[in-house]
Design a protein around this ligand. Structure first.
Ligand code: HEC
Length: 118
């Protein structure tokens, strides 16, 4: 399902699309300040298990040492999203527990906060 511009979708074509559009409407998915804030919240405690448990990221004040230090890795948004969708090594996949909008918010947040977004 490709829902790039839910706010501009003329109508909901399926229940799933309606739910996704509704969940996105309050959280702009366009690299806005709201999306950044949403990603930060998910990073610190919203995602289960929370990213902060395993990763160090200065902006989030986290010091997890299981996974790579994101301030040093500086992943871009697509690299973060890929790791979240598929999992990687000891990192769990978040596709079963996070919505696509949440994955995109996290990807945007981590890329921007770590300096990986140019
Ligand atoms: C249980 C610990 C754990 C949790 C929780 C966790 N990670 Fe990871 N993460 C890892 C490990 C370990 C790796 C390195 C995997 C490897 O390279 O084999 C990693 C790798 C990554 C990478 C690098 C991917 C790449 O392409 O090299 C990113 C970005 C990342 N994690 C972001 C996140 C985000 C965002 C969350 C929260 C939604 C999260 N991680 C939650 C352990 C974790």
């Amino acid at each position: 399902m490709n829902v790039k511009h839910p706010s501009r979708a003329p109508r909901c074509i399926a229940l799933a699309a309606c739910v996704l559009a509704a969940s996105l409407s309050g959280h702009a998915a366009d690299g806005s300040a709201e999306q950044f804030a949403e990603g930060k919240k998910l990073f610190m405690q919203g995602a289960v298990p929370a990213c902060a448990l395993c990763h160090t990221l200065k902006d989030a004040g986290s010091e997890g040492a299981v996974g790579p230090i994101l301030d040093e890795l500086k992943p871009d948004a697509s690299r973060v999203a890929k790791a979240l969708r598929n999992g990687l090594g000891n990192m769990p996949a978040y596709k079963p527990t996070l919505s696509e909008a949440q994955i995109l918010a996290l990807a945007h947040y981590v890329a921007k906060a770590s300096g990986g977004a140019q």
